[in-house]
Write a protein that binds this ligand. Structure first.
Ligand SMILES: Nc1ncnc2c1ncn2[C@@H]1O[C@H](COP(=O)(O)OP(=O)(O)OP(=O)(O)O)[C@@H](O)[C@H]1O
Ligand SMILES: [Mg+2]
Length: 327
């Protein structure tokens, strides 16, 4: 990037600078394609999170289109668990998006700091993410990049709601740029820990790919690591497509077996074998966690072709408890 450009990628350069009516105060974090700053909106005197496209990517038309797309998609959905977008634009060759600043932590940092969470906390977080995802699906939008780094956890309103969770990076489908997340400019843009089998094989995706990714996140939240970990990317992609997910309750023996069954169904290789919606999944998770039983109508996923057959377990009795309703 030339010397006239305001941003050459070194974080300290921008702190104190003004970009499009925002004064940059500090760097919050950086991901595969952008840097996020805490900034002050000088017109309204409020703190915002300002996301700036990485300079080396700003020249890439595909990235520019995705960045614009992300802001439009996110701004179109008004939901208590989706980060509100205030403004998006371009100034001096820098693409930016201003959104609500969420004080707190993202789930990635929370897990790195705290390790596995209790079932109650994990379920509370998952329910909020699920409601955001189902709302987006109702708008015909699939997130495709559900992962702990895109889940922001803020303080909640009261002891009944100790945390308020926001989903971010809506519509930013970086993995669709290529099979493994390597972009046309050869950069790796994200983790493969949460990617659904049908995303890998290039089949059409719908909201059930977010069910799979959310299940990977819930598994990690409870077990301390994602369901599949392999030495290299190709092995990891293979595992998502063909390997039986590890038993959650082997990793967390304190949890009811029914919780593990719910996770297995949500992690089914074939979308038809998963829950139809994210709230169906977390509703079943909540029932399994509180009663130790499976919701009525729970059907086990078909084992994947290469998965080892599990020993026969008798079907649990149907349970006609309260039906989980959308918040
Ligand atoms: N609205 C926000 N308020 C506060 N912090 C935020 C906000 N949005 C993002 N962040 C922080 O900035 C970090 C970087 O975000 P970014 O989306 O660039 O990267 P990522 O999600 O980790 O990776 P990826 O580029 O693959 O999405 C996030 O992990 C989060 O901690
Ligand atoms: Mg992100």
């Amino acid at each position: 990037m030339g010397e006239t450009q305001p941003y050459s990628g070194r974080p300290s350069e921008l702190v104190g600078r003004q970009i499009a009516g925002y004064r940059i105060e500090r760097e919050i974090g950086r991901g595969g394609m952008a840097v996020v700053y805490q900034a002050k909106d000088l017109r309204l005197e409020r703190t915002v999170a300002l996301k700036l496209l990485a300079p080396e990517l700003a020249r890439n038309d595909t990235f520019r289109r995705r960045f614009t797309h992300e802001s439009r998609v996110a701004a179109a959905i008004d939901h208590p668990h989706i980060v509100p977008v205030f403004e998006a634009g371009e100034t001096d060759g820098v693409l930016y998006i201003a959104m609500r600043y969420v004080a707190g932590s993202d789930l990635r940092h929370l897990l790195d700091r705290e390790g596995p969470l209790s079932l109650a906390v994990a379920t509370r977080i998952a329910v909020q993410v699920a409601s955001a995802l189902d709302a987006a699906h109702d708008h015909g939008l699939v997130h495709r990049d559900v992962k702990p780094g895109n889940i922001l956890v803020a303080q909640g309103t009261d002891s009944d709601h100790p945390e308020h969770v926001y989903l971010t990076d809506f519509g930013l489908t970086k993995k669709s740029l290529s099979l493994t997340g390597f972009t046309s400019v050869g950069q790796f843009v994200g983790t493969l820990d949460y990617v659904a089998p049908e995303q890998i094989s290039g089949k059409p995706v719908d909201g059930r790919c977010d069910v799979y990714s959310l299940a990977c996140v819930v598994h990690e939240t409870l077990a301390g690591r994602p369901p599949f970990q392999r030495d290299d990317d190709m092995a990891l992609l293979w595992a998502h497509q063909y390997d039986q997910p590890p038993s959650l309750t082997e990793r967390r023996p304190d949890l009811p077996a029914a919780v593990g069954e719910v996770l297995s169904k949500a992690l089914a290789k074939t979308p038809d074998d998963r829950y139809d919606s994210c709230l169906d999944f977390v509703g079943a998770l909540r029932i399994a966690g509180t009663t130790g039983t499976l919701a009525a109508g729970h059907v086990r996923p078909r084992p994947s072709p290469s998965a080892s057959t599990s020993p026969d377990v008798p079907e649990p009795p149907d349970w006609a408890g309260p039906v989980f309703t959308r918040p």
